[in-house]
Design a protein around this ligand. Structure first.
Ligand code: FE2
Length: 302
């Protein structure tokens, strides 16, 4: 059970990313912040770049080794016990390792996924799924976009929104196991074919289980569950379904309805919304549908 308290031992981390110049271990994460153990080999130059958001703070504490930082033509030597950090950085800073170095690297915004081998593998897999069905890549981006806007209206925490973003990007990853003929079948599916489709939430959740994003497997598992228990794979009802899964269900359904597919033509945004409203409290969560309608109205889509 998740008690909200974590202990790590020396050889244990959420994920380790090895690069040519050293390695990065993700030790802990929460509310968008990350703590890493970074090892860099001697004689390497490292750049600290200004962040996408000015709020970014990155802090480095030297556990071992010596580095040299050059600033305004002045060189500063830093060794074990020294530290440096950037906050609202305006220009790139570079430092050079004089010896092998170990640093504690703390950041207020997630950076590890850029380096995560698991995330890279999942993204490659998602790309393969979208090759099977060209529509999927764009669909995933839109589902993520809608889901995050709904999350914003519902005041989901930064942490939950971040998990939701990943879950929505990878929600249909399990479709990798569905034959193309079934995925793109123009007509009605046979019972047997539908059974194959029904496996994709569980298959997808298995694929993402190795990421350090705790909880996204469960969201993916539940994205076809419906409030009244008529969904799949488990037939969960009401509160048994995670809010994040309910959000993806609405975003996913809306996007599927408003886009042309092999088996049917699209409907207008207003018709799709009418359908979501008709099924509010039956299939779809009321709060989620209301939040989504508000988003679409604000964007002048309906
Ligand atoms: Fe799905």
């Amino acid at each position: 059970m998740n008690t909200g308290f974590y202990i790590g031992t020396e050889n244990d981390s959420l994920e380790k990313s090895v690069q040519g110049s050293g390695s990065l271990n993700l030790l802990g994460k929460g509310d968008g912040a990350e703590v890493m153990l970074q090892r860099i080999k001697a004689d390497k130059t490292v750049f600290i770049e200004p962040g996408e958001s000015s709020e970014l703070m990155e802090f480095f504490y030297i556990l071992d080794g010596t580095i040299e930082i050059e600033r305004n033509d002045q060189k500063t030597i830093l060794k074990r016990g020294d530290y440096f950090y950037s906050h609202n950085l305006k220009q790139t800073i570079q430092f050079r390792t004089k010896t092998d170095v170990a640093l504690i690297y703390f950041t207020t915004q997630p950076v590890f996924y850029y380096l995560s081998a698991t995330i890279k593998e999942l993204t490659a897999l998602a790309d393969r799924v979208s090759e099977k069905d060209r529509y999927i890549l764009e669909h995933n981006r839109r589902v993520k976009d809608y889901s995050l806007k709904i999350a914003g209206k519902l005041n989901l925490s930064k942490e939950r929104s971040e998990n939701l973003a990943f879950a929505s990007m990878f929600h249909d990853l399990g479709k990798i196991n569905i034959p193309d003929e079934i995925l793109n079948k123009p007509g009605k599916l046979t019972a047997e074919e539908f059974e194959m489709i029904k496996k994709h939430p569980a298959d997808g959740s298995k694929l993402v289980q190795r990421t350090y994003y705790e909880g996204i497997a469960e969201i993916i598992y539940q994205h076809h569950e419906r409030l009244d228990g008529s969904g799949y794979p488990l037939g969960l009802k009401g509160d048994e379904i995670l809010l994040e899964a309910k959000i993806i269900a609405v975003a996913d359904t809306y996007d599927a309805m408003t886009t042309d597919r092999a088996y049917r033509l699209r409907v207008s945004p207003q018709e799709a919304v009418d359908e979501l409203i008709r099924l509010k409290g039956i299939y779809y969560d009321e709060k989620v549908v209301d939040a989504f309608v508000q988003v679409l109205k604000e964007e002048n889509i309906i």
